[in-house]
Design a protein around this ligand. Structure first.
Ligand code: PLP
Length: 447
């Protein structure tokens, strides 16, 4: 009857009844019919609270308190840190993907936790040539992100209460990963020469650095400070974690080789990511580990998430091997340079009260200082105009520096200009002359 009513086949109705009976919702009585079955635990289910309170471990409670980190989902002006995927060489990528199609079944299998050997070899070669990193393929660990590297290595290297020096201001994703592993964070101020270690700081188990292009201020660790940090690390027996997050966007003349290249005794861990150079959702990044750490890091990775995506590792290796990565980087460097110039000129024209904290000659974002006491108010006004202005003060643990970290790389020059013209409508409080006096126009070296 039901099959006729619904105009479907008898076997479909039979299959549905069989399924409902299997789930315990129908009772079928031979020769009598099918009957709805009352839920068996109705009373008990009704009295259960909708959400059980989370019974978290102390570590879990700490993770909840720290709150994780979220990257911007859309590259709106001026969200920090996204590349422009509109200009990605998609035809090349698609051609390489099609060429890989016959290997789909093989690439869909479980993969080595350390990453595919060919990709590790290509990375070792590329990082040696581009950044002076001293790496053999055996030292390279392919991961989903720098964030995974930070989290994984923090748990591997730190005991609860261990001291970690973090740059201040600094990258929240990194310090949060250290704190979640139970570390005691020691903020160390950054001046025009980068991290500025001072006497009397507690001995670090690990020093976290962005030496090539300090996040967020954009200064580089000077040669003298590099030597100082390495000597300190040696004296204290500390690990150094070098987050080289955007150095592929430097001209060779601007970049010093990676700090890892100066490491004489195997204490520098080098981290890099494809999130900016290729695309964020690829979820591919890499660590170059001191040989002594490889076995433990690979074991830890296998426990974390097993391994990375086989298909994308093969595709990225093809992209590198065919020379497409090198030419994509060259094009991006030129494009990002042009966009940075558009941002700096636009700032000078439309926002004379928001100027770079230091000369900004590389990278994907520009850090500007704001008139003192006005960051919150100016950001609120910018938000009303539909412009995001990531806060510099939010990245400080010591005395807050007021400013914005403006991500521009995903925006075309005309989009940068349009957003800056909108921001130009904002008026900071006070007279222009007073503002100029109160604003720290450039960071100074503080020796
Ligand atoms: C300083 C720094 N390190 C690491 C990352 C994260 O890269 P990934 O996407 O590989 O986690 C970012 C991303 O914005 C960053 O700014």
């Amino acid at each position: 009857v039901l099959a006729q009513d619904l105009g479907i086949s008898r076997s479909t109705v039979e299959a549905a009844y069989t399924q409902l009976a299997a789930e315990g919702l129908l009772q079928r009585v031979h020769g009598s019919g099918s009957f709805l079955r009352p839920p068996r635990f109705q009373g008990a289910v009704a009295t259960l609270p909708l959400r059980l309170p989370a019974q978290l471990s102390a570590r879990g409670r700490e993770v909840l308190r720290i709150g994780g980190c979220l990257d911007p989902l859309e590259p709106l002006p001026f969200a920090a840190g996204s590349p422009d995927l509109r200009d990605f060489p998609w035809p090349t990528w698609e051609r390489l993907a099609r060429r890989r199609a016959p290997d789909a079944a093989e690439l869909a299998r479980y993969q080595p936790p350390q990453g595919q050997l060919r990709l590790r070899e290509l990375l070792a070669e590329h990082l040696g040539a581009a950044r002076g990193v001293r790496a053999r393929a055996e030292q390279v660990l392919v991961l989903t992100s720098s964030q995974q590297a930070l989290h994984l290595l923090a748990h591997l290297l730190l005991d609860p209460g261990d001291c970690v020096w973090v740059e201040d201001p600094g990258y929240r994703g990194a310090s949060a990963a250290m704190a979640a592993a139970g570390a005691r964070l020691q903020p160390v101020p950054v001046d025009a020469e980068g991290l500025q270690p001072r006497p009397g700081l507690p001995a670090p188990k690990l020093i976290l650095l962005t030496p090539a292009h300090q996040y967020p201020l954009g200064v580089r660790l000077s040669p003298a400070r590099r030597a100082e940090v390495l000597a300190l690390a040696q004296a204290h027996g500390s690990w150094v974690m070098e987050d080289d997050y955007d150095s592929e966007f430097f001209d060779a003349a601007q970049a010093l080789p990676a700090l890892q290249s100066q490491d004489a005794d195997g204490r520098v861990i080098y981290l890099g990511t494809f999130s900016k150079t290729l695309m964020p959702s690829l979820r591919l990044a890499y660590a170059v580990l001191p040989p002594a750490l490889v076995e433990a890091a690979v074991a830890s990775r296998s426990l974390h998430d097993g391994h990375g995506n086989g298909w994308f590792q093969a595709l990225v290796a093809d992209f590198m091997e065919g020379g497409h990565y090198a030419s994509h980087l060259r094009q991006m460097r030129a494009q990002v340079g042009e966009r940075r110039q558009a941002l700096l000129e636009g700032l000078a024209r439309h926002l004379p009260w928001a100027q770079p904290v230091a000369p900004q000659a590389c990278g994907l974002q520009v850090c500007v200082a704001l008139p003192s006491g006005q960051e919150v108010d100016l950001s609120r006004q910018a938000a009303r105009l539909g412009v995001q202005t990531p806060s510099l003060a939010a990245l400080c643990a010591l005395a807050p520096l007021e400013g914005w970290l403006l991500g521009f790389a995903a925006l075309r020059p005309e989009e940068i200009g349009a957003a800056l013209r909108r921001l130009g409508g904002i008026q900071p409080r006070g007279q222009a002359r007073e503002i100029a006096k109160s604003r720290p126009t450039t960071l100074r070296a503080n020796r």
